[in-house]
Design a protein around this ligand. Sequence first.
Ligand SMILES: Nc1ncnc2c1ncn2[C@@H]1O[C@H](COP(=O)(O)OP(=O)(O)O)[C@@H](O)[C@H]1O
Ligand SMILES: N[C@@H](CCC(=O)OP(=O)(O)O)C(=O)O
Length: 263
Amino acid sequence: MRELAATRIVVKIGTSTLIHPNGKLNLIAIDQLCYTLSGLVNEGKQVVLVSSGAIGAGLGQLGMTQRPAAIPEQQAIAAIGQTELMTVYQQRFSMYGQKIGQILLTHDVVDFPTSRENVLNTFESLLKAGVIPIVNENDTVAVDELDHHTRFGDNDQLSALVATAIKADLLVMLSDIEGFYDKNPRKFTDATLIKQVKRIDEQLFQHAGGSGTRLGTGGMTTKLKAAQMMLQAGSSMILASGKNPSIIFKLIAGEEVGTLFQG
Ligand SMILES: Nc1ncnc2c1ncn2[C@@H]1O[C@H](COP(=O)(O)OP(=O)(O)O)[C@@H](O)[C@H]1O
Ligand SMILES: N[C@@H](CCC(=O)OP(=O)(O)O)C(=O)O
């Protein structure tokens, strides 16, 4: 068993877990996620959800199968998908009597003292009231620009930014893979799962490959960067499969599933 005393938890869930390869919402995963997070709040934990999936859901709404290359098109699709995503979350969470609030962020929000303070105040107020803030990148404004150093489409690092800013004890990253392997398991059949990582150095990044799916974006590199931020802040991250999001109960109870990043 692992030693994990987490009361403030950020959960990040990726597109490949929320959306089926055919573009439809994975309602089983979403239902289970909502049930699990509501259960944690009922136990007295404070929970923040960082959810990707706006572009994936938007593509599904429009009957499109490919993510277009042009940024303005992606932004429009995200605007469509985000409302669908929040509608489904609202429905499912309300079944468990759980209130939610939407927070759309860009990576640089935390760099500017006033916007940082405003965002942190919002998180604190929501958490104090037992509400689950649901965060996504503000895709309509987040593009790589000179004076606006944001990167389009990386919720892995955004979730670590949020987790460190609100001083969360634990970041749970749910993906379409069981954890961090010594090489990309989609390419190498002999890849083995690494159960615990205490330090992240350049050498470890050599083991991280890109995304394995049509809609996933960051792959393992951005997940390692997120873990690095958590370790630097003295907190922990667990990377595990989001196939059955109720796995979070096991993770928090200290069961050895997925990869634990802890210094
Ligand atoms: N060393 C590794 N261990 C595990 N997965 C890896 C590794 N290197 C690359 N990957 C790929 O990263 C993918 C997860 O990232 P991504 O597709 O961006 O998912 P998400 O939508 O959950 O963010 C895995 O499905 C796998 O294809
Ligand atoms: N903000 C975008 C994608 C962000 C992103 O990082 O996606 P993913 O790699 O699936 O976690 C969206 O909601 O579609």
